[in-house]
Every structure is written in structure tokens, then in C-alpha cells.
Write a protein that binds this ligand. Structure first.
Ligand code: HPA
Length: 268
């Protein structure tokens, strides 16, 4: 609590005042933050008690300002479990967002497509998630001021937001897929057998992030909208996987992705 107060005070002193929406931009999707007007940018390493991200293609700064008419606080780069951070650390920025007044969180990521109907470059609305990370950010004493001991996850991704973005995509002729996102810890990509398991479990896309942040957001009573960029077919569905391909695909869809996020922000 004291740490959180210190972080929030620092951010407020640096001009971050009212915030409505928190945004997390995944691998290769960080450029959207360049569209923020009168932005204030603060590198993670300058923020007291903030962790620092280490992945190529993840920038590592907070960007605050107006985007599509909304006051947003954007994470350009997120923290991953495979970097060695504890879950509590990964979701710290979500608690900061909540303390700054964010009522909603927009999460984005790069993901492998498990659903046979998906192709690299597709955007997928996340309708639900499966936690296969083997950990949970809420393990430990409950932070009563933040939320309940046993948070409801029946509507982890807000249904109203889902309806709004689906209508919007239809109007804009964007072929927005939808499905369930499953997260493993990484950093290895999955084996083909793990992907078959994930498909049997009901997953449409697979990645190494997002699940902890969405748990913490739900705990804190924030509404969540999630979008995956399908950067590749999952293991066993194509020859091999590599991070360069993941980043390359995000570069191909970044303008559609940015448009969709901005347009949906306008109507949320
Ligand atoms: N698996 C896990 N994480 C990913 C993938 C994948 O296939 N693609 C992008 N992130």
C-alpha cells in the first residue's frame, strides 16, 4: 500500500491526473502510443517501485494523454512471468492504474493461433481465458481495499465491450475473430502436443501474458477488453516458430490494429 502510494504520488506529480482507460500494448503493438496527444512519457526505470521489462520489441514506458477522446495511461511494454518476475510484480501496474482512477483496461497481445480458422495477421477479440501458467497473482493475503478474496471471473472480459467492438468491426469491415486465450508461462514456445492439449481444453489462441493482468483487473473491479494479434499458427500447425516472425506479423497489422483500438475507445 505504501509502495503504491509512492508510485501514484510520483505519477501525479509528473502530470498524470485523471485516467479512464488503462492500455497494455503487447509485442510489436506499442506504436499506437505515438498517436496520443500532448503525451507525457515516463520510462519504467524512472518510476519508483516499477519493474523494468527486458524483452526485445517491448519498449518499457508509460505514456499518458488523450487518445480517441479518452484519457488513457498506456503501458508500452509489459512484464512477463518468464522474465522471472513474481505474479505480484507483473500486476503492479494494474493496481497503479486502479489507484489513478482507471475503470477499464484494454489488453492486447501477440498470440499463436490454435483455431484452424485463424491465419497470421488476424485480430481476435478475447472472449475468455484459461490460466495454464501454474500461478495466480492473487495468491497470498488478500488486499481487501483492492477487491474480494474470491473474485468472480464469470465475465472476465466485459460482455458489453465485446458487443460494442463486434458491432464496430462489422461496420468497418474488419474480420474480427473471437475466441479463448490460453496462457502458458513460456519462455519456450509450446510443443505440438501442448497445442493439441490446449485445443482440447477449449483454447483458440495461445500466449505467455495477459492472464495475470486480467485477473488483477477483475479483482479490482475494472472492466476489460482484450484483443490478440494472431502472429503465427501455433506449434505443430506450421514448420517452426520464432520471435522475429511474431514481431514481423504485428508490423503488418499494426495500422488495422491501431484503427480498431482507437475507434473502439471512442465508443466505450
Ligand atoms: N505461443 C506463445 N506465445 C506466442 C505465440 C505462440 O505461438 N505467438 C506469439 N506469442
Amino acid at each position: 500500500m505504501e509502495k503504491l502510494l509512492e508510485t501514484v504520488t510520483y505519477l501525479k506529480n509528473h502530470g498524470i491526473k485523471e485516467v479512464d482507460f488503462g492500455l497494455i500494448l503487447g509485442s510489436g503493438l506499442g506504436e499506437l502510443a505515438e498517436d496520443i496527444q500532448e503525451s507525457i512519457k515516463i520510462p519504467y526505470q524512472e518510476i519508483p517501485n516499477f519493474p523494468v521489462s527486458t524483452v526485445v520489441g517491448h519498449m518499457g514506458q508509460l505514456v499518458y494523454g488523450k487518445l480517441a477522446g479518452k484519457m488513457v495511461l498506456v503501458m508500452q511494454g509489459r512484464f512477463h512471468y518468464y522474465e522471472g518476475h513474481r505474479m505480484e510484480v507483473i500486476v503492479y501496474p494494474i493496481r497503479v492504474m486502479k489507484a489513478l482512477g482507471c475503470h477499464s483496461l484494454v489488453v492486447t497481445n501477440a498470440a499463436g493461433g490454435i483455431n484452424e480458422g485463424f491465419q497470421p495477421g488476424d485480430l481476435m477479440l478475447i472472449t475468455d481465458q484459461i490460466n495454464c501458467m501454474g500461478d495466480n497473482p492473487l495468491i497470498g493475503p488478500n488486499w481487501e481495499k483492492m477487491g474480494p478474496r474470491f473474485p468472480d471471473m464469470s465475465q472476465a472480459y466485459d460482455l458489453g465491450y465485446q458487443q460494442k467492438i463486434k458491432k464496430l468491426a462489422e461496420k468497418q469491415n474488419i474480420d474480427l475473430k473471437e475466441g479463448v486465450y490460453l496462457a502458458f508461462s513460456g519462455p519456450t514456445y509450446e510443443t505440438p502436443a501442448e497445442i493439441r492439449m490446449a485445443r482440447t481444453l477449449g483454447a483458440d489462441a495461445v500466449g505467455m501474458s495477459t492472464v495475470p493482468e486480467v485477473i488483477a483487473a477483475n479483482h479490482a473491479g475494472m472492466k476489460v477488453l482484450g484483443i490478440s494479434c494472431i502472429t503465427n499458427l501455433a506449434a505443430g500447425m506450421q514448420q517452426s516458430l520464432n520471435h522475429e516472425e511474431v514481431v514481423e506479423t504485428t508490423q503488418q497489422v499494426k495500422s488495422t490494429f491501431s484503427c480498431l483500438v482507437k475507434e473502439v475507445l471512442m465508443i466505450l
